[in-house]
Design a protein around this ligand. Structure first.
Ligand code: 8YV
Length: 328
């Protein structure tokens, strides 16, 4: 049987390429060029599978132009770069990379919360700029984490990891809002109480966003929601750009509607709203919440194993639209 052809759309660990090359004819992109949609379509001609990251958009137009394509394996748990409906309609399998990044991403969410609440980035810039000439009683005074109220919007696996860290490690009171309420055992394990979105916004000292991006979560946090938060509150977004209205947030930070924000994701990234770059009370990181080498390797291996499992045996590990699989 001839080997399937696959494309790896971005640079990745050489050992993952080597593993894929045992099963497929592999076209890789180790120069890590970010292709335009037209370039991606050209590269995908004659390919049965593609290894994608969150940067490659797979939509109806691309699928129509790539009739050989059978599977897209995302090296990410989020898959808002996939038009899942169009993929299912075209009979193309989609897979993501859940679970392997949960604890690493929760660690980072907590790190960003702490850096934001305790003003670490602002203080470091001040020191590096040679502005530290004396101690003073309120210099970079931030807000406490221990004993405060941690709000979580989106209580999936990563949200639960952040809840556990807050409740068990820092004695925080944890409240959450989610599309559906967790079962009692999971709520007890996370020591988390389900509340309305209004109560979450109004009561949280620190609000962490961990919900998936979709049309219904677009600008879930805008000017109206920011106005409902405490003036002392911090807002953390490790989910997706577009969930927060970045222009409204920059204004709220400037006007001290809320105290501070920590952002790992941005609307239209890697571009960042210029108003956010101009406010001091925001910690900005370039979408690195899952970035430890062991976790990134596990994510890449899971994406690769989805391609191998599906294209060699019809058995993907983490399918998003299993309805396209042939019935047993
Ligand atoms: C990825 C992420 O680094 O998994 C996700 O959903 O946002 C990140 O872990 C990014 O999407 C690249 O694929």
């Amino acid at each position: 049987m001839s080997k399937s052809n696959i494309l790896i759309a971005r640079a990745v660990f050489p050992e993952v390429i080597a593993k894929l090359a045992q099963h497929f004819d592999v076209d890789s992109n180790q120069t890590d060029q970010v292709w335009t949609p037209a370039q991606l379509i050209a590269k995908l001609q004659g390919k049965q599978g593609v290894f994608t990251t969150g940067s490659e958009r797979i939509d109806g137009a691309l699928l129509a132009a790539c009739p050989a394509l059978k599977v897209c394996a995302n090296m990410a748990v989020g898959y808002n770069n996939f038009d899942l409906e169009a993929m299912t309609a075209a009979g193309v399998l989609a897979t993501n990379a859940p679970d392997v990044l949960t604890e690493t991403t929760a660690d980072f969410g907590f790190a960003l919360l702490m850096a934001t609440a305790r003003r670490m980035a602002e203080a470091e810039h001040f020191l590096r700029a040679g502005q530290w000439s004396k101690w003073s009683y309120d210099m970079f005074a931030g807000s406490d984490i221990h004993g405060s109220t941690l709000g979580i919007l989106g209580m999936g696996r990563i949200g639960q990891g952040i809840a556990r860290r807050g409740a068990l490690g820092f004695g925080m009171k944890v409240i959450y809002h989610n599309r559906s309420r967790l079962d009692a055992a999971t709520e007890a394990e996370c020591q988390a109480r389900y509340v309305s979105k209004e109560e979450l916004l109004g009561s949280a000292d620190h609000l962490v966003l961990v919900l998936p991006y979709s049309a219904s979560s677009h600008h879930a946090i805008g000017a109206a929601e920011l106005a409902q938060m405490k003036p002392s509150a911090t807002l953390i977004n490790i989910a997706r750009g577009g969930i927060v209205d970045d222009a409204a947030l920059a204004l709220a930070l400037r006007n001290k509607t809320i105290a501070a924000a920590g952002l790992d994701v941005f609307e239209g990234e890697p571009k960042v709203h210029p108003d956010l770059l101009g406010v001091p009370n925001v910690v900005l990181t370039p979408h690195i919440a899952s970035a430890t080498l062991p976790t990134r390797l596990a994510m890449a291996n899971l994406a690769a194993d989805n391609l191998i499992g599906f294209l060699t045996q019809g058995k993907p590990l983490t399918p998003l639209n299993p309805e396209v699989l042939p019935k047993p």
